[in-house]
Design a protein around this ligand. Structure first.
Ligand code: 13P
Ligand code: SF4
Length: 330
């Protein structure tokens, strides 16, 4: 059986939109109807008119679609959870608020912003507290909006993104638990990170700069601030793609983000900013076989939930939706 052909036939026949993030394996990515960064995928999936959304990505992305479009049936071939999103749950979030409280920073002094890479439960808690969601492509605007409240921002879960945007906006940041001064900070970050983007180091940048004098360095804002500080460009996955595609083909560029995306970007003069192969293990879990099996499930059009279907309790979804909608309003 030719899986690709079978998948194409099923897609043609079924009322389904296949969505894939840029970090998906090539063979999965090329069969998607919608591709993009986290923000684009959330928006475009919401606009899709099909009954079913088949989402190839990580858990928080599929959850986001279900929260925003509860009437759609969202299935994920692998409900793989982003490692960074798993670093914070509601208890850890509440503990962080409590730690700030003990330091004399009360709930009323803070406005929480959660990176979209977080669970529905964390988004809901943030929504309940008057906060909102951001992605790597709109964090600047969202933080600006948050600061209009006159409060400090509690930024979860990605320490690097919080610190990088604080620097870019000339603001002071601190990280809970690392001894930095919380009172002086405009942005207080939770100490989470992406293990894939931690693989890019200043030494990698130095290596490429020594090897190719005129090389450009482009990285994702989940990279450590020490790396972003010495990069030529910092942007979300879509912003990186746009930046690199607009470079003259003879311009060398080393890119600090997930391997699958970098590998398909440009055939020539494009390097991965690492001596390792920085694949996101959870993004990589989805295979063509998974895609095929999920489409075969959808073919049954059953009333009962599928094993791979995203279901979110409406009480939780309500506040998470508020936090997401506040982001779209900005
Ligand atoms: P983007 O929103 O830039 O696509 O990033 C998502 C992500 O998880 C990067 O690791
Ligand atoms: Fe999560 Fe990092 Fe994978 Fe992005 S690359 S999905 S932040 S683990």
């Amino acid at each position: 059986m030719n899986l690709k052909e079978e998948i194409l036939k099923l897609k043609e026949k079924l009322d389904v939109t296949v969505v894939a993030h840029f970090y998906q394996r090539d063979e999965v990515f090329e069969l998607a109807d919608i591709t993009g960064d986290s923000l684009e995928l959330a928006k475009k999936s919401m606009e899709a008119t099909s009954k079913y959304i088949l989402f190839c990505g990580v858990g928080f992305m599929g959850e986001g679609v279900k929260i925003l479009s509860p009437e759609k049936r969202v299935l994920m071939p692998k409900i793989a959870c982003c490692a960074m999103a798993r670093m914070i749950d509601v208890d850890y979030f509440d503990e962080s608020v409590e730690k700030l409280n003990k330091a004399g920073i009360t709930k009323d002094d803070i406005l929480p912003i959660t990176y979209i890479n977080s669970s529905a439960a964390v988004k809901a808690r943030v929504g309940e507290m008057g906060g909102l969601v951001c992605t790597s492509s709109n964090a600047y605007k969202i933080i600006q909006k948050g600061l209009q409240s006159g409060k400090k921002i509690l930024f979860v879960p990605d320490r690097c993104l919080g610190q990088n945007f604080a620097k870019a906006m000339n603001l002071k940041s601190a990280v809970i638990g690392d001894g930095t001064n919380l009172h002086e900070a405009d942005i207080i970050c939770y100490n989470g990170f992406c293990s894939v983007h931690q693989q890019f180091t200043v030494e990698d940048v130095e290596f490429y700069r020594e090897k190719y004098e005129d090389i450009l360095i482009a990285v994702h804002p989940e990279c450590d601030p020490s790396v972003c500080d010495v990069a030529d460009f910092v942007g979300s996955t879509s912003q990186l793609i746009k930046y690199i595609k607009e470079l003259p083909i003879e311009q060398k560029v080393a890119v600090g983000t997930e391997f699958n995306m970098v590998n398909r970007l440009r055939k020539e003069n494009t390097y991965i900013l690492s001596s390792t192969k920085p694949e996101c293990p959870t993004m990589n879990e989805t295979t063509l076989e998974d895609l095929y099996k999920t489409l075969k499930d959808i073919e049954k059009d059953q009333k009962e939930p599928y094993a791979s279907e995203i279901l979110i309790d409406e009480d939780r979804a309500q506040w998470a939706r508020v936090a997401l909608q506040r982001m779209f309003e900005v």
